[in-house]
Write a protein that binds this ligand. Structure first.
Ligand SMILES: Cc1ncc(COP(=O)(O)O)c(C=O)c1O
Length: 421
């Protein structure tokens, strides 16, 4: 019989196999210093474009004060136990009421983490007779939630209305046989490429097909819509979203998440969400901190205005210089370049070491072979100096990519990696 660990010794997994070349630099980098537009990487100042602190709340003095005071008041244990047993408080309820009101839903329920909350919500919403239809580019937490489903599921081509309709037809046929219903899941904003989900068009399809619509709006909440209530508000269709999800890990600059829906649905989820029924409640410091952050999102529209000023300057500047930034419709700013993985590594090293620019790099298998995606997240803390320096740096690295500098620099790496690439 095989040793269970044999496969682990042989195969480190699709990302783990890069550990030797990448760890500490391309993956698991240590950004140091206060969270802001400029931080330290390996002792050097860098402009940071890889932190989802959209509104600049992470290190805002008012937020830091509330977080610190709540820490002193409650410690990190309170409340002990799961919500249902001994972890329920008035402040949890208040935060839920305020979140629900902000996203124009009847009720909301808190989740400890967005990831496990999404998994658990999908699990609670469907039974084995039901059918799930979801975007092929969906976030890992949606994919993992779907994995728990014992019934049928169909993926549709990313944001492709023809494919969505075709899969709704297939799902309808199955559901008619099983006697179940259909759950359609999209993201409000797709976090890699920045396109908004086609919420409006999908909701239009409700006239033809019978399904419920679940939206993961991790990147839309706080950044899109007149009041910052997200992609549904931006597209004028919040009412058509049956279950709305957002995390506190991005515009709210914290930890935790929530779902919002009609009261009856939230009451059902409250009693059926395994991630909340069998896990310790969101701690008080996070609850008080979230109340403060939500208040700032509501009352300080200048934060979102500043964010968008920066988004427009960065995306406009990149477009002017002829960079391919795809079809983003959000703050997420992808830059697509052509090159191999070793070239991408040399390029990112150059960006960080010689230009002081820190952004995330995405390569195959997340995107097609031969493409390099540099993903930038502008925030309200960036300024024009950051943007100008970044645009200059990007022009310089593109020249070096095109004149073969990175190919030469990375030849040894390419050879060492051999068939791993
Ligand atoms: C689209 C999307 N959904 C869910 C999550 C998970 O949220 P959390 O970080 O709160 O677990 C993320 C990442 O943070 C995300 O990008």
């Amino acid at each position: 019989m095989k040793d269970l660990f044999e496969k682990i010794y042989k195969d480190k997994g699709p990302l783990g196999k890069w550990a030797e070349q990448a760890e500490g630099y391309f993956v698991f980098p240590k950004l140091e210093g206060p969270i802001s537009n400029r931080m330290k990487f390996k002792g050097k100042d860098v402009v940071t474009w890889s932190i989802n602190d959209y509104l600049g709340l992470a290190n805002h003095p008012e937020v830091r004060k509330v977080d610190a005071e709540a820490g002193v008041k409650w410690g990190s244990a309170y409340p002990m136990g799961a919500r249902m047993m001994s972890g329920h408080t008035e402040l949890h309820e208040q935060l839920q009421r305020e979140l629900a009101e902000f996203v124009s839903k009847e009720a909301a329920y808190l989740l400890n983490f967005g990831y496990q909350g999404m998994v658990s919500t999908i699990d609670a919403l469907v039974a084995k007779d039901d059918v799930i239809v979801y975007d092929v580019d969906a976030h890992a937490c949606i994919i993992d939630g779907v994995r728990l489903h014992l019934g049928q599921r169909f993926t549709y081509k990313h944001n492709d209305m023809e494919s969505i309709e075709k899969n709704l037809q297939r799902a309808t046929k199955v559901a008619e046989k099983t006697g179940g219903g259909i759950l359609l899941i999209s993201e409000g904003v797709f976090g890699m490429r920045g396109e908004q989900g086609k919420l409006k068009e999908i909701i239009e399809l409700k006239k033809k097909y019978n399904f419920r619509f679940f939206v993961d709006d991790a990147h839309g909440f706080g950044t899109l819509g007149k009041t910052g209530a997200g992609a549904g508000e931006e597209q004028g269709v919040q009412d058509g979203i049956d279950v709305y999800f957002a995390t506190f890990a991005k515009a709210m600059a914290s930890t935790g998440a929530f779902i919002a829906a009609d009261e009856e649905i939230i009451n059902y989820l409250k009693y059926n969400l395994r991630s909340q029924m069998f896990a310790k409640s969101l701690q008080m410091q996070l609850v008080e901190g979230a109340l403060k952050r939500l208040d700032m999102i509501r009352t300080m529209p200048e934060l979102k205005d500043k964010l968008w000023e920066n988004v427009n300057a960065l995306q406009g500047g990149l477009r002017e210089r002829g960079f391919d930034i795809g079809t983003t419709q959000s703050c997420v700013t992808p830059v697509y370049l052509k090159g191999s993985i070793p070239e991408a590594m040399a390029l990112v090293k150059d960006l960080r070491e010689n230009h002081g620019i820190f952004c995330s790099i995405v390569v195959y298998p997340v995107i097609p072979k031969g493409l390099i995606l540099l993903r930038m997240i502008p925030t309200a803390t960036h300024d024009m100096k950051d943007i100008d320096e970044t645009l200059e740096a990007f022009s310089a690295i593109r020249d070096r990519l095109e004149n073969g500098t990175y190919k030469r620099l990375s030849a040894a790496v390419a050879e060492a990696m051999g068939d791993k690439i």
